[in-house]
Each structure stands twice: as structure tokens, then as C-alpha cells.
Design a protein around this ligand. Structure first.
Ligand code: EPZ
Length: 418
């Protein structure tokens, strides 16, 4: 089993070019099922989740392969099945996007409930009720989901009970080839949804309002292929800022989109960091001691993202004073707290709330990543801990970060993978 070995204490210093966004490329790969002809996706990150999505595409008879760099070439004209094998569905949460895409293209789909990080129940009731409104017969039993739609899907007016990112994306995927108009209200506003809509519109779809609370889609007969560049990963960017904050370092993030990080940058400024932004760059400096923040609440976009909670908590662990976190999005997203306590952190987590009392320093320990972003939080903590930290559970970390040890070593971290 692979591990990261980190000797803490080095201040990060240098430049990082941010990887392409995992949560943008995954729904776009599913969307490729709706398009006829060649698709070229530039700036794709090499992540295990992306390889899982490529395995799903090839199990459906489609082709997807890297060109040697970060460009992924996809063609789904050979689609020959609507069934996704259970073992592939369980590899990641984003396999659920194939539901909307397969139903959108063929009307049929058989999948099992998706896998993914254990950060909560992660039901798909909002996805299912929306598909039913569009005329899809959905039967669920023993963890298997079967969708059938004799005729074409029908556009519908769909109001989401919660602005779910995945449900918003799945409805868009089901609606672009449906008959008539679909209107989604209380839609999620995450930037990845704008990128999905931009991709599909470039392929000939008619989607308006992505990024806002109301999105309308006018169904088309057919979509063609296109060439598209994936947006920078805002969560990976925030992760490297947290690593810099923890070590009191200075970095420049290149090819990132500061506008996607407003709420996160304001939290880092409250922690006492200096932030300077241009159109596609963030200049970031931190100095000890970090300041605590009264309350950090995770919210839907554009609020403070739940995906940033874990690694900002690591910075709060060594800040002066007490920081309270309230996790409003997922019900089980403090599993990293237990591991941080092994490193000397003072955290009490109960339900949605975690109280972090800043300590003078953290100490190296043997810890295990409980999930993707929790693992990133342990990396950030290890970089400022005294001594050596061993982090296992890299299968989680590799789902969302492309060569995290090389990126951090390039700005001075003492980190290696064994
Ligand atoms: C997406 O997950 C992201 N994943 C998550 O990132 C991110 O944390 C999350 O959005 C919130 O921003 C991808 O884009 C692949 P949701 P998703 O549907 O779509 C409840 C990472 O680390 N809900 O917005 O699963 C759900 O239980 C990952 O990169 C229902 O109740 O998130 C949760 O409490 C982790 N019923 C809340 O909504 C539903 O049908 C938000 O879920 C759907 C969701």
C-alpha cells in the first residue's frame, strides 16, 4: 500500500500551475455520450476518478484516451450498452452522471447506486424525482436502479428541494435531447455547472442561465462533438493555499480563476494571510501566527465550499484562538478530525459542529486519509507538523489531486510517496 512520508517545517515557496477541475471534467465526460463525433478535452487532470469514468465509457462501447499530454480524445458513436456494471459504479460518486446522459440519449439505463467518499448518505432522490417528471419510469430495488422511457424524454418544470450540484447537472444531461423546454429552479450555482453548459452549448445545445438559480434548456434533435478546455480546479487551488498558510510560506498560483474562490480567499484573509489576484493568478503569503475565525459555515456556492472545510481546519488547528466550523452540506464530513487529533490537534466534533482550539504546534504521526478532502487536510497539517508524518489511504487523495507530492515538492515541501 502506498504512503506519503512528510517531514514538516519547510515553508512553501514558489509557483504552482493548478490542475484541471475534477468536478468539471467528470460530468463533461458523461455529457460526451449525448454528442455524435469526436470530442477533444484539453487540460484534463490525470486522476483515478477520471480513469474510472474512462472505464465506464469503454464498458459502454465508447472510446476515450489521452493524447500523451493532458488532452483527452473521446468518441461515443460506438455506444452499445446502457448498463453500467456494479464494480464500475462503486468506484466513484460521479458515476451517477452517466444516469442522466444515458437516459438522455437512449431513454434506458441500468445502474447500481454510486460509490464515492463516505462523507454522508449521498441519496439521489432529487435526481430520480426529476427524471420521473421528464417521463422516465424509474424502479429501484436492492441498490439497482432501472430507468426506462418508451418515447422521448419530455421537458418539464423542475424545482429542486435542495440546490444539488449533481442533480442540477444530471437534469441538464437528460434535458438537452428531450422534447421541449426544461426549466430548473433552485438550481445549484457552482462554476462547474457553467462549464458543463458551455461545453454542451458548444456541441449545439441550448442552455441558458447556468450559474444562476434558474436554468432553462430547450431540447435539440442531436448534438455534435467539439474541442473544449477544462476550467482550473478551484478546490485544488484552495488546497495549495491552505498548505501555504499552514507553513507560513508564499506561493503564486497560476492558471487559476480567483473569481471562483471569493469566499475561500476571504477566509484565508481572516486567518491573517495576504492575497493578491489578477485575472488568472493568485499571489498568496502567510505568516505566523495565523488568526482564528469565530465561525466558518459551509454553504452552497458562492458560499464557503464544503470541499474546503478539511484543509482550512488544518490551518485553524495552529491558529491563535478558537475557530468553530459548521458543516451544513454533508452529515459525516469530520472524519479527518480524529486523525488530526493524533497529530496533537485540539478538535471536538459533534454532528454539524466542530470546535478547533488552536495549539502551538502539531506533531508528526501515522495517519490515514478517511476521504478525498480529509486526506488533503492531513497533508496540509503534516507540512507544518514537527517531525515525520506517514499518510496512508492515498487511493482517496489520488481521486482528486494529480501528483500531489510532486506539486508540493516543487515548492519546497519535504514529501515523498513510497
Ligand atoms: C458535488 O457532489 C461534488 N462532487 C462534491 O465534491 C461537492 O462536495 C458537492 O457537489 C457539494 O458542492 C462532484 O461534483 C463530482 P450535492 P454532489 O448533490 O453532487 C444532498 C469532492 O470532494 N442530496 O450538491 O454529490 C446530499 O446528500 C466532492 O470533490 C440529497 O439529499 O453534491 C448532500 O447532503 C465531495 N438528494 C447535499 O445534497 C439528492 O438527490 C449536497 O449534495 C442529491 C443530493
Amino acid at each position: 500500500m502506498q504512503k506519503l512520508i512528510i517531514n514538516g517545517g519547510n515553508r512553501l515557496n514558489g509557483e504552482i500551475t493548478v490542475q484541471g477541475a475534477k468536478n468539471a471534467v467528470l460530468p463533461i465526460l458523461a455529457a460526451s455520450i449525448l454528442c455524435k463525433g469526436d470530442i477533444m478535452l484539453h487540460n484534463c487532470p490525470r486522476l483515478s476518478d477520471l480513469y474510472s469514468a474512462m472505464r465506464i465509457l469503454s464498458s459502454l462501447g465508447c472510446s476515450a484516451g489521452f493524447d500523451g499530454g493532458s488532452t483527452l480524445c473521446v468518441n461515443t458513436d460506438g455506444l452499445s450498452s446502457c448498463d453500467i456494471p456494479d464494480r464500475l459504479m462503486r468506484e466513484m460518486r460521479s458515476s451517477i452522471f452517466f444516469l442522466g446522459a444515458l437516459v438522455g440519449r437512449t431513454g434506458d439505463c441500468r445502474i447500481s447506486l454510486p460509490g464515492g467518499c463516505d462523507i454522508g448518505q449521498r441519496p439521489i432522490d432529487i435526481h430520480i424525482s426529476a427524471l420521473r417528471k421528464m417521463g422516465v419510469t424509474v424502479t429501484e430495488q436492492h441498490g439497482e436502479i432501472e430507468c426506462r422511457c418508451e418515447k422521448k424524454l419530455k421537458g418539464a418544470k423542475i424545482s429542486l428541494s435542495f440546490p444539488s450540484v449533481g442533480a442540477t447537472e444530471n437534469i441538464i444531461l437528460a434535458a438537452v435531447l428531450a422534447e421541449g423546454r426544461t426549466e430548473i429552479t433552485n438550481a445549484a450555482r457552482e462554476p462547474e455547472i457553467i462549464w458543463l453548459a458551455d461545453f454542451l452549448n458548444l456541441c449545439g445545445a441550448d442552455i441558458k442561465g447556468a450559474g444562476g438559480g434558474t436554468i432553462t434548456i430547450n431540447g435539440k434533435k442531436e448534438l455534435h462533438g467539439c474541442e473544449f478546455t477544462i476550467m482550473p480546479d478551484r478546490i485544488a487551488a484552495a488546497t495549495y493555499l491552505a498548505c501555504t498558510a499552514c507553513t507560513g510560506g508564499e506561493i503564486i498560483l497560476k492558471e487559476c480563476n480567483p473569481r471562483h474562490l471569493d469566499s475561500v480567499l476571504s477566509v484565508f484573509e481572516q486567518l491573517g494571510c495576504n492575497v493578491g489576484c489578477t485575472e488568472n493568478m493568485i499571489c498568496f503569503g502567510a505568516k505566523y501566527p495565523l488568526h482564528s475565525i469565530d465561525i466558518i459555515r459551509t454553504m452552497v456556492y458562492p458560499g464557503f465550499p464544503t470541499d474546503c472545510q478539511a484543509f482550512v481546519m488544518s490551518a485553524a488547528c495552529i491558529a491563535q484562538g478558537t475557530t468553530v466550523f459548521v458543516e451544513n452540506i454533508f452529515e459525516n464530513r469530520y472524519r479527518h478530525a480524529e486523525e488530526l487529533r493524533r497529530m496533537g490537534a485540539n478538535i471536538r466534533a459533534e454532528g454539524k459542529v466542530a470546535v478547533v482550539e488552536g495549539v502551538k504546534k502539531l506533531y508528526g504521526a501515522k495517519v490515514s486519509a478517511p476521504d478525498l478532502r480529509g486526506g488533503a487536510g492531513l497533508v496540509a497539517a503534516a507540512l507544518c507538523a514537527e517531525g515525520t508524518t506517514e499518510i496512508s489511504g492515498l487511493n482517496y487523495i489520488d481521486r482528486g489531486y494529480e501528483e500531489i507530492e510532486n506539486v508540493l515538492a516543487s515548492v519546497g515541501a519535504d514529501i515523498k510517496r513510497i
